[in-house]
Design a protein around this ligand. Structure first.
Ligand code: NAD
Ligand code: DAO
Ligand code: ZN
Length: 367
């Protein structure tokens, strides 16, 4: 029904090269697919990691990165029933098909239906919708938000309230939802409990928000960069710990400060040593530690098994355990109802032509 669109994209031609602003062609959406006009996107460490070429999963080049976006449906393909042109949407790197074993389990948000093709930078029919200079360009994490238009499977978009400003709620497409959901879904933080958040970047700050929403009694913000404590405090953390201020291992410090350890701890650093400290800072008998950070390729975690024998629990969380189509719209409502802070996370704004500056700001700044 619709025609190929020519628009601007930030194309990654190869590893460790700056992104290049190009005119690209975006094909119409196929069966079960939706073409979305992207109006805003965040940049994330995961995009930078992939661009660096160190990603063990490996990607094919050229590729259009970006997975934290917000946009408006431009056109829909055959058989699409759940969205229409004009709908405001957030792309999902974890889709929700509602038919696969995972979706039907009621136990996880890790929908598996398009996983294989998504991992290879392709649409479910094994082709791509992007062309640049006559060359095929690959998709990224099923999203490719560094383009003015992108094509996604219908199951990979969440329809949200159109009153929500896309230049803010795009951040709910990754980091904020990840941290908030890890606290309220994965850990299911209980009222009056104690929490420690290791790493207070965008993800850790959002764990703090989730713990506050669940009326935790004490929330430790743990970060080696004390500049992070200002925002942590604004969002409701009660105690601030810089591990470099102590001689003892940080888990020992925390156990001593909390009469035996925390009810819940979260790794939001991706550092495997921190993951161990977070587990060992948990209270004997019931403390739970949630791994959110993504470690480097091939890294392993360790602790003494007696830590688990004596009742501590080690868990992980992807996208906060949130099912994107069913649950993300409610998180957008929480933002609109002022129950969830998002605006504070927007530190810089750039035009697409300046996207390399956005990466520099992420690396050089404290974010
Ligand atoms: P970020 O770099 O902004 O924040 C990390 C924070 O950790 C920084 O404030 C840094 O100062 C702090 N830190 C580093 N070393 C530390 C140490 N030894 N002790 C205490 N603090 C330390 O990153 P982010 O965007 O907040 O993401 C955090 C992690 O979450 C990353 O590993 C990212 O890949 C991962 N992530 C996971 C998911 C998921 O679904 N599981 C989704 C998004 C991001
Ligand atoms: O289903 O096996 C799978 C893949 C799920 C993807 C989980 C991604 C979690 C980490 C994302 C890093 C930040 C974007
Ligand atoms: Zn599914």
């Amino acid at each position: 029904a619709s025609i190929t669109i020519k628009c601007k994209a930030a194309v990654a031609w190869g590893p460790a090269q700056p992104l290049s602003i190009e005119e690209v062609e975006v094909a119409p959406p196929g069966k079960g697919e939706v073409r979305v006009k992207i109006l805003a996107t965040g940049v994330c460490h995961t995009d930078a990691y992939t661009l660096s070429g160190k990603d063990p999963e490996g990607v094919l080049w050229p590729i259009i990165l970006g997975h934290e976006g917000g946009g408006i449906v431009e056109s829909i393909g055959e058989d699409v029933t759940t969205v229409q042109p004009g709908d405001h949407v957030i792309p999902l790197y974890i889709p929700e098909c509602r038919t696969c074993k995972f979706c039907k389990s009621g136990k996880t948000n890790l929908c598996s239906i398009v996983r294989a093709t998504q991992g290879r930078g392709l649409m479910p029919d094994q082709t791509t919708r992007f062309t640049c200079k006559g060359q095929k360009v690959y998709h990224y994490m099923g999203c490719s938000t560094f383009c003015q238009y992108t094509v996604l499977p219908e199951i990979s978009i969440s329809k949200i309230n159109s009153n929500a400003p896309l230049d803010k709620v795009c951040l709910l497409g990754c980091g904020i939802t990840t941290g908030y959901g890890a606290a309220v879904n994965t850990a299911d933080v209980q009222p009056n409990s104690t929490v420690a958040v290791f790493g207070c970047g965008g993800v850790g700050l959002s764990v703090i928000q989730g713990a506050v929403a669940r009326n935790a009694r004490q929330i430790f913000a743990v970060d080696t960069n004390p500049k992070k404590f200002e925002f942590a405090k604004k969002l409701g953390a009660t105690d601030f710990i810089n591990p470099t201020d102590y001689e003892k291992p940080i888990q020992q410090v925390l156990v001593e400060m909390t009469d035996g350890g925390l009810d819940y701890t979260f790794d939001c650093t991706g550092n495997t040593g921190v993951m161990r400290a977070a587990l060992e800072a948990c209270h004997k008998g019931w403390g739970q530690s949630i791994i959110i950070g993504v470690a480097g390729a091939g890294e392993e975690i360790s602790t003494r098994p007696f830590q688990l024998v004596t009742g501590r629990v080690w868990k992980g969380s992807a996208f906060g355990g949130v099912k994107g189509r069913s649950e993300l719209p409610g998180i957008v409502e929480n933002y609109l109802n002022k129950k969830l802070e998002v605006d504070m996370y927007v530190t810089h704004e750039f035009k697409i032509e300046e996207i390399n500056k956005a990466f520099e700001a992420m690396h050089e700044g404290d974010w």
